[in-house]
Design a binder for this molecule. Structure first.
Ligand SMILES: Cc1ncc(COP(=O)(O)OP(=O)(O)O)c(N)n1
Ligand SMILES: Cc1nc(C(=O)O)sc1CCOP(=O)(O)O
Ligand SMILES: [Mg+2]
Length: 227
């Protein structure tokens, strides 16, 4: 099946509310089944991010897991995201490449990828968010961690104060997502702080029923902003 073009990817990104980062589920069940459940619940973007304990994924395992996720995303009309690696994103025809502050410069990633895939940036301060909102080649950015999280050990949390500042002070037409420690109970606070989109890991990967967890998060994110 041919992939989406840049306009189609950007259109889907702009409607996206719920972004999931998942490991390859090497030690806990079937990745395709998990991805189908999360996507059926309403996840818009799925990223493979396998950094939790043990040996890192080998290249072959990473590609295999991404191929599983690519098929699941195609079945559900969702976007496939690759973390950190422009070469891997190109190899699997990903829709999205996500880059942190210490990863590849965006201009270098664009040389590898061309214009079509969207590129996202992590930000942890107002200054970084302003830069991401203005940097050529960046399509969206993430703001966090909103709460300290074991999924990103050692990363100090700027908290919801940063989300409030970004919502109030960063002039951007680029979509942006709150990230870090977000679960269903915390979504109302995230919305009140001014975000409209969220990235989650454990709230879905550790849920007993990933479909129900994703559906509840999606519903909460699209509910009217509290207050
Ligand atoms: C969607 C999304 N947002 C943030 C991150 C974190 O990126 P980074 O700071 O580069 O940390 P690692 O995930 O690479 O450990 C992300 N991966 N995805
Ligand atoms: C991968 C990642 N990046 C962050 C950032 O702030 O850039 S926070 C984070 C982990 C989010 O995991 P959970 O939803 O389990 O708390
Ligand atoms: Mg990274």
């Amino acid at each position: 099946m041919p992939g989406l073009n840049g306009d189609q990817i950007r259109q889907r990104l702009s409607g996206a509310r719920l972004y999931l980062c998942t490991d390859a589920r090497r030690t806990r069940g079937d990745l395709a089944e998990f991805a189908d459940a999360a996507l059926a619940g309403g996840v818009d973007i799925v990223q493979l991010r396998d950094k939790t304990g043990g040996a890192p994924l080998e290249a072959r395992q990473e590609i295999e897991a991404l191929e599983v996720l690519a098929e699941a995303c195609a079945r559900h009309g969702a976007l496939l995201s690759v973390n950190d690696r422009a070469d891997v994103a190109l190899a699997v025809g990903a829709d999205v490449l996500h880059l942190g502050q210490d990863d590849l410069p965006v201009a270098v990633a664009r040389r590898v990828l061309g214009d079509d895939p969207v590129v996202g940036r992590s930000t942890h301060s107002l200054e970084q968010a302003r830069a991401a909102a203005a940097e050529p080649g960046v399509d969206y950015f993430c703001v966090g961690p909103c709460w300290p999280t074991p999924t990103k050990p050692g990363r100090e949390a700027p908290g919801l104060g940063l989300v409030r500042s970004v919502a109030d002070e960063v002039a951007t037409v680029r979509p942006w997502f709150a990230i870090g420690g977000i679960d269903l109970a915390r979504v109302p606070e995230v919305l009140t702080a001014g975000a409209e989109r969220a990235v989650v890991v454990r709230a879905i990967t550790e849920a007993e029923d990933p479909r129900a967890a994703a559906a509840s998060l999606r519903e909460a994110l699209t509910a009217r902003r509290p207050g």
